[in-house]
Design a binder for this molecule. Structure first.
Ligand code: AHN
Ligand code: ZN
Length: 329
């Protein structure tokens, strides 16, 4: 009798303890969802891939072409669709070879009323000449820029889609810069570094809002090729080492440490250099390959920078890392 009773009480205790802990864990889940700290927002590599392809479907987005103009309109439409306040700058820029470029810098502001902001950027134009192609007959043909251009923009469009679905705590600006890739690779210009990133140079001289000061900027360049590795770019480490650490740590926590390797990479004159010179700490997430002749992915500035070399897994690694970082603020 006594044994039966205590057995009953023990069973009762077990049931009570079980139900109690399950109530507590569901409460905890709800709290985590409410202040959206523990929850992971899923960045879709498939969706990012579709955004990369949508740009390539226009053809090479070389300034002063229909493909360029129509793709620019597409980018503006997408940012608006995702609820951004869109600002367009449309300067005529002069390239080192004297060509007048009808350029557009496209800015999408998310939660423009917020003071604390992060700037995410990528160039959306394509290089007019595939001058690193192994076949000299291709040197005057345009580059499709699936990786060199469209990949960074594709990742940012997918993030814009997520910002629309769930507003991050921090304000975010997406900047699609034009005329990055009309630079002088022949070494004939006296100051060839300044022949690149013309859209960004215009933007730093003419910010879309006077006195614009995000806490930092992240540039995406060539973030879509299969087998990419992102080592720590030199100028990023010079100007913004704390941000490099933050992003590379976020990648490691997110399970993408094999993409974001904690090794020092080369020095690249890219959009981020001009943003740093303007006083905004900026880093470049850029795939580098020290074994390839030019230091980048094998199809860089060739006619083969096409969709077949784009890997959804690479887009996902970069996009999920940045998504986790943005929503952690
Ligand atoms: C230079 O070749 C000096 N900078 C490379 C910047 C770039 C070109 N990014 C994409 N295409
Ligand atoms: Zn390029």
């Amino acid at each position: 009798m006594t044994t039966g009773k205590s057995l009953f009480f023990i069973l009762l205790l077990i049931i009570l303890a079980g139900s109690c802990s399950s109530t507590q864990s569901s409460k905890q889940e709800m709290q985590e969802n409410d202040n959206n700290t523990m929850q992971t927002i899923t960045f879709s590599g498939d969706s990012a891939y579709d955004f990369v392809k949508a740009q390539c479907d226009f053809g090479p987005r070389v300034p002063n072409t229909d493909a360029h103009r129509l793709c620019g309109d597409f980018l503006i439409g997408k940012l608006k669709e995702y609820g951004a306040n869109v600002i367009v700058q449309a300067p005529v820029l002069t390239a080192y070879d004297g060509t007048k470029l009808n350029a557009r810098n496209i800015i999408g502001e998310f939660s423009p009323e917020k003071k604390r902001r992060i700037l995410l950027l990528a160039h959306w134009d394509c290089r007019p000449w595939a001058d690193s192609d192994p076949n000299p007959a291709n040197h005057k043909k345009p580059v499709m820029g699936a990786n060199d251009g469209a990949s960074g923009v594709g990742v940012l469009l997918e993030m814009a889609r997520l910002f629309h679905a769930q507003q991050p705590e921090i304000g975010v600006d997406i900047l699609f810069v034009d005329a990055e890739d009309w630079g002088d690779n022949s070494g004939t210009s006296t100051d060839s570094d300044n022949t690149w990133a013309l859209g960004t140079q215009y933007w730093t001289a003419n910010p879309h809002r006077p006195g614009y000061r995000p806490i930092y900027a992240i540039l995406l360049d060539m973030v879509g090729a299969a087998g990419s590795q992102f080592s720590r770019e030199y100028f990023s480490m010079q100007y913004a080492p704390a941000m490099v650490k933050e992003v590379w740590d976020a990648a490691e926590r997110s399970g993408y440490g094999s993409y974001f390797v904690k090794r020092d990479g080369g020095a690249i004159t890219d959009d981020h250099v001009f943003i740093n010179q303007a006083g905004i700490p900026a880093i470049d997430i850029i795939a580098m390959d020290l074994n390839s002749p030019n230091g980048f992915f094998p199809q860089w500035h060739t006619v083969d920078d096409t969709m077949e070399h784009i890997d959804k897994a690479t887009l996902k690694a970069v996009g999920q890392t940045l998504t986790n970082l943005i929503y952690s603020y």
